[in-house]
Design a protein around this ligand. Structure first.
Ligand SMILES: Nc1ccn([C@@H]2O[C@H](COP(=O)(O)OP(=O)(O)OP(=O)(O)O)[C@@H](O)[C@H]2O)c(=O)n1
Ligand SMILES: C[C@](O)(CO)[C@H](O)COP(=O)(O)O
Length: 234
């Protein structure tokens, strides 16, 4: 079994919306409710810590949690200034953490139960596993003037996603070390990698998008439509 930490305490600056993107409607419910539903229904997830801005606790209690058919405890925790701070808040607030913790962005609503299982199972076997996709485009390093400085060889290059799953004591140590060193990473695995621990990566899906910009939200609406059409087919 695993404990889940769902981080949704960001401000969503790149979405350029007065409403934080995790609370924007995707179909008939907020983005965050869709993400939560997948984890709440997952047989290997024992409990959930939902990390949101403290100012949004009431909204979550009124307009998000009731949409999540759920027999599992969902604990609300206030986030921090950076994503890493919010994950730390989530880890610290787990009352009785399971051996494995699975960390996921609240704005990745198209995560599948299969991908969650894959990350949990591989983390249980090896200590750490994240989702990702191999780079499919050509990668360019660009200078300040938007002039291409270098074409980066994409062999072996993957784009990290979430879920990111870890042995709880390992990720706890990684966060303690990062805090002591003043290290700030953009994902959780980077804190474990810097300890010299091998982190496995399993193939996610290009559909496991992180809703970041207005274009992503439009893409998400199309993905949802396609999903509903596919489910309606006999
Ligand atoms: N201080 C933060 C920053 C981010 N997140 C969460 O981490 C996930 C991925 O972060 P990102 O997509 O960057 O969200 P924001 O930080 O809100 O976006 P922006 O950088 O555009 O402000 C999101 O679910 C976001 O809510 C968080 O819990 N706490
Ligand atoms: C954790 C992550 O989703 C992996 O791709 C990504 O690093 C989050 O970055 P953000 O800048 O916090 O959106």
């Amino acid at each position: 079994m695993a404990s889940a930490v769902i981080v949704a305490a960001g401000r969503g600056v790149r979405m350029c919306s007065p409403v934080a993107k995790q609370f924007l409607a995707l179909g008939d419910m907020p983005v965050l409710a869709r993400t939560l539903q997948v984890f709440a229904a997952h047989p290997q997830v024992a409990d959930i810590c939902l990390v949101v801005p403290e100012a949004d606790f009431a909204f979550c209690r009124k307009s998000v949690l009731p949409l999540v058919e759920n027999q599992k405890p969902i604990k609300l925790t206030a986030g921090g200034r950076k994503r890493q701070d919010s994950v730390q808040c989530g880890l610290a607030s787990l009352d009785r953490p399971e051996k494995i913790v699975v960390i996921h962005d609240g704005v990745r609503p198209f995560v599948t139960a299969k991908l969650i299982s894959g990350c949990i199972d591989m983390a249980a076997e090896t200590g750490a596993c994240i989702a990702g996709i191999p780079a499919a485009e050509t990668l360019k390093r660009v200078d300040a003037g938007n002039v291409i400085a270098q074409t980066v060889n994409r062999d072996g290059i993957w784009l990290a996603q979430t879920p990111q799953a870890f042995d709880f004591r390992l990720i706890q140590k990684a966060f303690e070390k990062a805090a002591a060193d003043g290290f700030l990473g953009t994902d959780d695995a980077s804190l474990v990698e810097r300890m010299g621990v091998g982190v496995r990566i399993i193939e996610g899906s290009r559909g496991n998008i992180k809703i970041t910009t207005p274009a992503d939200l439009e893409m998400a609406a199309r993905l949802l439509e396609n999903q509903s059409t596919a489910e309606a087919k006999p």
